[in-house]
Ligand binder design. Structure first.
Ligand code: SF4
Ligand code: SF4
Length: 181
C-alpha cells in the first residue's frame, strides 16, 4: 500500500495580536507572579527557607545525573584507569581533549596516557567523553568551579584531573544503571 501524503499547512504569517507580543508578555508575567506569590506564601508560613544558597560556604547537593567538569578515575595506586585508547578524544565535539599515549616497559600491549589534557575553557560539559569510554576511566564530576584568570590556566593536566575512584562511586553507579553496563 503506497504511503499517504499528508500536507501540513504552515502558518508563516503572524496575526496582529501575535505581532504585538502581548499574549506572550502576559504569559511571562503570569509565570513570574505565580512564583513570586508561591515563594511569598512559603516564606510567610515558614515552609520554604531555601531561597538563597550562601555559596561557597553552603553548597547545593547535585543529583547523580548532574554533569560538572570531566575528571579521570584514579586506581588505588593513584594511576589512571585510562588505557589511552583515544575514543574520548575522538568523540569530543570541541576537540578539547589531548592524549599522548605511552607503552609500559614490561607489557607490549597495555598503554597508558603519558599526557592527558583537557582544555576546560572549551569543554561544554556534554558528557560524550564519558559515554564513549569503554573503561569507565573518564566521568563527569559534580565540580563546577573551574574559573581561571587566563586561558592557559584552564588547561588541566592528567595530575589535576585524577580523582580517586571512591570519590566518584555515585557517578559510576549512576552510569552503570543508565547504560546497563
Ligand atoms: S564533556 Fe564534552 S566537551 Fe567536555 S571533554 Fe568531554 S566530550 Fe569534550
Ligand atoms: S578516558 Fe577512556 S576513552 Fe578516553 S582514552 Fe582513556 S580509556 Fe579511552
Amino acid at each position: 500500500m503506497p504511503g499517504q501524503v499528508i500536507r501540513v499547512r504552515r502558518r508563516e504569517r503572524l496575526g496582529w495580536l501575535e505581532r504585538s507580543y502581548l499574549p506572550m508578555l502576559g504569559k511571562g508575567l503570569a509565570v513570574t507572579a505565580r512564583h513570586f506569590f508561591r515563594n511569598l506564601r512559603g516564606f510567610a508560613t515558614g515552609r520554604r527557607r531555601d531561597f538563597v544558597v550562601q555559596f561557597p560556604e553552603e553548597r547545593v547537593e547535585h543529583p547523580q545525573a548532574f554533569r560538572g567538569m570531566p575528571v579521570l578515575v584514579a586506581l588505588d595506586d593513584g594511576a589512571p584507569r585510562c588505557v589511552a585508547c583515544g575514543l574520548c578524544e575522538f568523540a569530543c565535539p570541541t576537540d578539547c581533549i589531548e592524549i599522548v599515549s605511552g607503552e609500559l616497559p614490561d607489557d607490549p600491549i597495555e598503554r597508558f596516557p603519558e599526557r592527558f589534557d583537557i582544555d576546560l575553557a572549551r569543554c561544554m560539559f556534554c558528557g560524550l567523553c564519558e559515554e564513549s569510554c569503554p573503561e569507565e576511566a573518564i566521568v563527569m564530576s559534580p565540580a563546577v568551579e573551574t574559573a581561571g584568570f587566563d586561558r592557559a590556566s584552564m588547561r588541566y593536566s592528567k595530575e589535576q584531573l585524577l580523582v580517586p575512584a571512591q570519590m566518584l562511586e555515585d557517578r559510576l553507579a549512576f552510569l552503570r544503571r543508565e547504560y546497563e553496563r
